[in-house]
Design a protein around this ligand. Structure first.
Ligand code: BGC
Length: 349
């Protein structure tokens, strides 16, 4: 009985969300049924073609993780009947600002924005606020203070510190806790994403903190920014292995694409992951899941693109239904999950 009530409530809520979007669709503004048309009854099925127009801004299409994410967003939104336009900011904040302005001029019902630069959040927020467009920010989290100025704004992402902690735990859980040469300390190199991005900052900090919190002595041989890119991961690790050789026991990469590049250099240097070096990433890209299952990566951390896309659309629909967000309650997090050879099969296929 409860279930039926809940379902009915859902249906009513969906209808009200759809009604909320109607104003800016192509339908005539006057929604009064024509004389001979039967009035909608409460048990009438919702119109399948309903929905509004949604603009999605992605910081850079060539980013491997954001490609999975944007495909998921597009599929979910289109599956719900929205008209979606997804644009590539090409890692250029000025270009993305223009794209946001164009969407506003076109009269989109809502925006989903993956900022190019977190430092541009103030400007992005004041632009969407001035236009009164309900907006979901994704993937690059602004501060709570920055978001607090606009109540039709919400951030959907993950708690980046958690992914760093999980990376550190992956190393702690290896047979020798990362100290392959038994000298009493874990010597590592850090391949960082774009350091302007909080995910890069917190993964760098918390991966190592998990070790030191467990009382493990660490030595950082090098830290280099790789801007999330596979080729950079490859170059950096090739250089570091040439410079530090067998001293390198652990390679921390802030994401999987850089870890896949790192693996190429590890193999080219004749090293063997999980025997004489450890390698961890974040994202659980398909390529990384394969390497974890083959034993060529120690582990990764699921950055749940589909879960985040689903949550982003849910929040967008809540905004379209009239929800507003109180200051300090504008971040919605999806959990990261540690991926090891033991559970990797659950994430594949
Ligand atoms: C992902 C990276 C991605 C970055 C883009 C991070 O959460 O782990 O793979 O490049 O987001 O902002």
């Amino acid at each position: 009985m409860k279930k039926i009530f809940a379902l009915a409530l859902c249906a009513v809520m969906m209808l009200s969300v759809l009604a909320g979007c109607g104003g800016k669709s192509d339908a005539p503004a006057d929604n009064t049924p024509a004389q001979n048309e039967p009035a909608a009854t409460p048990d009438a099925a919702p119109a399948p073609e309903a929905g509004g127009t949604i603009g999605v801004c992605i910081y850079q299409f060539t980013d491997a993780f954001m490609t999975t994410y944007r495909n998921a967003l597009q599929e979910i939104l289109e599956g719900k009947g929205y008209t979606v336009t997804v644009v590539d900011g090409a890692n250029d904040q000025a270009k993305q600002n223009e794209q946001i302005n164009t969407f506003i001029t076109q009269g989109v019902d809502a925006l989903i924005i993956n900022p190019v630069m977190t430092s541009a959040a103030d400007q992005i927020i004041s632009t969407v606020q001035a236009a009164g467009i309900p907006t979901v920010l994704i993937n690059r989290e602004p501060s709570a203070e920055q978001m607090a100025v606009y109540d039709k704004l919400v951030y959907v992402g993950c708690d980046a510190a958690q992914s760093g902690t999980f990376q550190g735990e992956l190393i702690l859980e290896t047979p020798n806790g990362g100290d392959i040469n038994g000298d009493g300390k874990v010597s590592y190199i850090m391949v960082q994403g774009d350091p302007e991005n909080i995910d890069a900052q917190l993964r760098t900090e918390y991966s190592v903190k998990a070790l030191t919190d467990a009382g493990v002595e660490v030595e950082q041989l090098n830290l280099t920014r790789g801007d999330w890119m596979r080729e950079r991961g490859q170059e950096i690790v090739a250089n570091d292995l040439a410079q530090f050789g067998a001293q390198v026991e652990v390679v921390f990469c802030n994401n999987d694409d850089m870890a896949i590049g790192a693996l190429q250099s590890i193999q080219a240097a004749g090293r063997k992951v999980n025997e004489d070096i450890y390698l961890v990433g974040v994202d659980a890209l398909d390529a990384a899941l394969n390497e974890v299952s083959n034993g060529n990566m120690t582990g990764t951390v699921l950055n749940d693109a589909v879960g985040q896309a689903t949550a982003a659309v849910e929040q967008m629909e809540a905004l379209l239904g009239g929800k507003t967000f109180a200051a300090g309650e504008q971040s919605v997090y999806v959990d990261y999950v540690k991926v090891t050879p033991d559970n990797v099969a659950d994430f594949m296929g």
